[in-house]
Design a protein around this ligand. Structure first.
Ligand SMILES: Cc1cc2nc3c(=O)[nH]c(=O)nc-3n(C[C@H](O)[C@H](O)[C@H](O)COP(=O)(O)OP(=O)(O)OC[C@H]3O[C@@H](n4cnc5c(N)ncnc54)[C@H](O)[C@@H]3O)c2cc1C
Length: 327
């Protein structure tokens, strides 16, 4: 464990965590961002067309821009890290426990959004990143002229198989729904793709291979068990919150969302939250970004209050004098 105590540790480098990092770093707070990846859900869509003042932009490009801004002010990033626990020491310092190590922070901003839903079948965990993917937009192109299974439901599933069918051959679509439902044009495209083979009312039972995915075992609607030769499987089953490890640490609602007040403060002083992980019903990029900023400023003011300093209210009209943002 590094002995450095950061002013803030941000968990998640989606748009909310990145925006929070930009603001905390700019407030000269020492900032460490721990994240599984850069961009989060933004990377799962082709184009963001509703981010104010930004022309349609790829999600990853948008994330990279904010990352660059945050780094310019000194924010540090560790990727490939998955936080699995947080504890508060008796001196009020938070210990953030990841799979790679432990980190110390005087405040924490929880911004780890949502995570793809898993199938929970044998072989899935073992072959993650070795043919098991949760993102057609990110990974379909890796399967050019190769056999691929796509598992999905509804419109997102259809979009995933349509995209995958531009590369893979054959592209198997496995869905538990009895028929393909979604936008008519999309359904027609999928049904008419010569390289797409559709299995409705079907379920994946197992993913098999040696060092990488080689076969996917499914049970068809009529009960028949079939083994499909495939180099990969893309699972598009929606997204879930993974906040179990926060139970009892901060208040969660019955959906597992972190409850925050209007300033991004959780039930535990020093712990803030922003973006899709919170109870906000509007899960949108610009809202997540703004919530990240609110949480960042609240974390900043929390540290000021611990030092006996008055809070800085970022309300330019109300401030007569120029304020210093130094802690
Ligand atoms: C397919 C799709 C299309 C969308 N299109 C739009 C759109 O056009 N416009 C729009 O405004 N919104 C869109 N959204 C919604 C928008 O992407 C989200 O509201 C927003 O990205 C949420 O940002 P976030 O930072 O809160 O969370 P996320 O984007 O979920 O980011 C969470 C981050 O935390 C990391 N993480 C997760 N768990 C851990 C952990 N335990 N430890 C460390 N790191 C962790 C993840 O790797 C990720 O980097 C779309 C969403 C999807 C899925």
């Amino acid at each position: 464990m590094s002995s450095k105590i950061y002013d803030t540790i941000i968990v998640g480098a989606g748009i909310s965590g990145l925006s929070a990092a930009l603001y905390t770093a700019r407030q000269r707070m020492s900032t460490l961002v721990l994240s599984k990846d850069l961009g989060g859900q933004l990377t799962l869509t082709d184009l963001i067309e509703n981010y104010p003042a930004v022309e349609p932009i790829g999600g990853l490009s948008l994330a990279k821009k904010v990352e660059t801004q945050a780094k310019r002010f000194g924010a540090e990033f560790i990727y490939g890290e998955e936080v699995q626990g947080i504890e508060e020491r008796s001196d009020g310092v938070f210990v953030i426990k990841g799979i790679k190590g432990e980190y110390l922070g005087n405040t924490v901003i929880l911004a780890f959004g949502k995570t793809p839903r898993e199938l929970n079948v044998p072989g899935e965990k073992e072959f993650k990143g070795k043919g098991v993917s949760y993102c057609a937009i990110c990974d379909a192109a890796f399967f050019k002229d190769k056999p691929l299974v796509v598992v999905g439901e509804g419109e997102p599933g259809l979009e995933a198989i349509e995209l995958s069918s531009r590369y893979a051959n054959p592209a198997y679509y496995v869905t538990s729904s009895p028929q393909l439902a979604g936008e008519e044009e999309l359904v027609r495209k999928v049904i008419n793709s010569p390289n797409v083979k559709i299995f409705t009312s079907s379920k994946v039972l197992e993913i098999r291979g040696n060092s990488k995915v080689e076969e996917v075992v499914i049970r068809k609607g009529n009960g028949e068990v079939l083994t499909l030769k495939a180099d990969g499987i893309i699972i598009e089953m929606g997204y879930v919150l993974r906040t179990e490890f926060l139970k009892g640490f901060v208040e969660l609602n019955d959906k597992g969302e972190v409850i925050v007040d209007e300033l991004g403060r959780t039930s535990r002083p020093g712990i803030f939250a922003a973006g899709d992980i919170t109870q906000t019903p509007y899960k949108q990029a610009i809202i997540a970004a703004a919530e990240g900023v609110k949480a960042a400023l609240s974390a900043y003011n929390y540290l000021r209050s611990k030092k006996g300093l008055p809070p800085v209210n970022v309300d330019w009209k109300a401030e007569k004098k120029k304020v210093s943002f130094r802690l």
